[in-house]
Design a protein around this ligand. Structure first.
Ligand code: PSU
Ligand code: MN
Length: 337
C-alpha cells in the first residue's frame, strides 16, 4: 500500500513449473485441419521457444522476389536467436504452421500462387475453396492461439486508418489483439495509419502496449518516434517475458503489443518518409482504393516511390527491409521467456 511494487517471484516459479507439465501432444493431435511442420511441432512439444510469423507481408506487403528473400532472412534471424520460426499461411486450402523454403518461395511468387489476403473473416472461405492465403496479423493470431504459440513478430501491425472515424476502417488486427492472448512484437504502426486513434482502440480492447527501451515514444516503423506515447516501456526481454507470464497466469485472454523502435542507423528521415506517405495516401484516394486493398496499395506505392526516386531513397527502401529483420530478431529474445 506504500506504493512499493510487491515481488511475485515465488508464485511465478511455481506457475512456470505448472505450465511445463502441460501436455502439448494432446492439444496438437486435435488439429487435423492444421498442418504443423515437424520442426515446429517438436519445439512446441519440448517447450522450446517458437515465434509465429505472418505471411500477408510476403504475399501483399513486398514485391517478389524480395518478399521471399526477406521472409527467409527473418526466419534465419529467429533461428539465430535460438527460437524456431513458424510462418503461418494457407496452401491450397490447408492451414500451415511452419513452411519450408520451397513452399515459402512458391507462395511468394504471387503471379503464380494468386494468394488471398486472409484475415479472420477470410479464413473459412480460403480453406473451404482450397485457395492459397497469406495470413494477416489477425489471421495469424487466430491460428497461433489455436496451436499454442504465445509469441508473434511482424514489421508493422494494422490499425485505425486515417479518417477511420468516418470510414470505420479499423484493422481486424486490433480486435484480434484484444482476444488472442498472444504477445506481438512489431516496429510499431506505420504512419499511413492514424496512430493516436490506433493506441486508443488498443486500450479499449484491453491490449497491453509497451515500447521496448528506455522511452515510451511509440515508434512509427520507419522512424523511432511517432509523437505518441505508449502507456509503458519495458527495458529488457526478461521484463517483457514477466508481463507475458502474468497475462497468461491471470487468464486475461487479451493480447500484448511490444513496440521495438527501429535502430537509429536504419531509421528513415521522418520528413522524407512522411512526404512519401502523403503522396501514397493521395494516390489511394484518387484511385478510390478501399477496404482490404488499402494497406497493400499504400505499401506498394511507398515501395515504388522510394525505389524510383533516387539512389538515396532506394537505399532507404532497402533499409526498411533490414528494419523489419532487426525488429523481428528482437522477438527471438522475447520468445526465450
Ligand atoms: N502494416 C504494415 N505492413 C504490412 C501490413 C500492415 O506496415 O504488411 C499487413 C499485415 O499483414 C496486417 C495487414 O495484418 O496488412 C493489415 O491489413 P488491414 O489494414 O487491411 O487490416
Ligand atoms: Mn481495413
Amino acid at each position: 500500500l506504500d506504493g512499493t511494487p510487491r515481488k511475485n517471484e515465488t508464485k511465478k516459479e511455481k506457475d512456470i513449473e505448472d505450465l511445463s507439465d502441460f501436455d502439448f501432444s494432446d492439444m496438437l493431435s486435435n488439429f487435423n485441419n492444421i498442418q504443423i511442420s515437424e520442426e515446429v511441432r517438436a519445439a512446441l512439444q519440448n517447450d522450446n521457444a517458437v515465434v509465429s510469423l505472418e505471411s500477408t507481408i510476403i504475399t501483399h506487403g513486398m514485391p517478389y522476389p524480395q518478399n521471399v528473400k526477406c521472409a527467409l532472412e527473418v526466419e534465419a534471424v529467429v533461428r539465430d536467436q535460438g527460437a524456431v520460426p513458424a510462418t503461418v499461411a494457407i496452401v491450397q486450402g490447408q492451414i500451415r504452421v511452419g513452411l519450408d523454403e520451397n513452399e515459402l518461395t512458391r507462395l511468394g511468387d504471387v503471379q503464380k500462387s494468386r494468394p488471398i489476403k486472409t484475415s479472420r473473416r477470410d479464413l473459412a472461405y480460403v480453406v473451404g475453396k482450397g485457395l492459397n492465403g497469406g495470413t494477416t496479423v489477425s489471421g495469424t493470431l487466430v491460428l497461433a492461439k489455436k496451436v499454442g504459440i504465445p509469441v508473434f513478430a511482424t514489421g508493422g501491425i494494422g490499425g485505425v486508418h486515417r479518417e477511420g472515424e468516418t470510414t470505420l476502417d479499423i484493422s481486424a488486427d486490433l480486435t484480434e489483439l484484444g482476444k488472442c492472448g498472444v504477445a506481438v512484437v512489431s516496429s510499431g504502426v506505420k504512419s499511413i495509419l492514424d496512430i493516436p486513434k490506433t493506441l486508443e482502440y488498443l486500450e479499449t480492447e484491453g491490449v497491453f502496449v509497451a515500447t521496448f527501451g528506455d522511452t515510451t515514444d511509440f515508434p512509427a516503423f520507419y522512424s523511432r518516434k511517432s509523437g505518441c506515447h505508449a502507456p509503458y516501456s519495458v527495458e529488457t526481454a526478461a521484463e517483457a517475458a514477466k508481463i507475458i507470464h502474468w497475462n497468461r497466469t491471470l487468464n486475461l485472454q487479451s493480447g500484448m503489443l511490444f513496440a521495438v523502435p527501429v535502430p537509429e542507423q536504419f531509421a528513415f528521415d521522418e520528413n522524407v518518409i512522411n512526404d512519401v506517405i502523403a503522396e501514397a495516401l493521395e494516390d489511394a484516394k484518387r484511385n478510390g482504393i478501399r477496404g482490404k486493398e488499402i494497406t497493400p496499395f499504400l505499401l506498394g506505392r511507398i515501395g515504388e516511390i522510394t525505389a524510383g526516386k533516387s539512389l538515396e531513397t532506394s537505399i532507404l527502401r532497402y533499409r526498411s527491409q533490414v528494419t523489419f529483420l532487426v525488429a523481428t530478431g528482437k522477438s527471438g529474445n522475447a520468445a526465450g521467456c
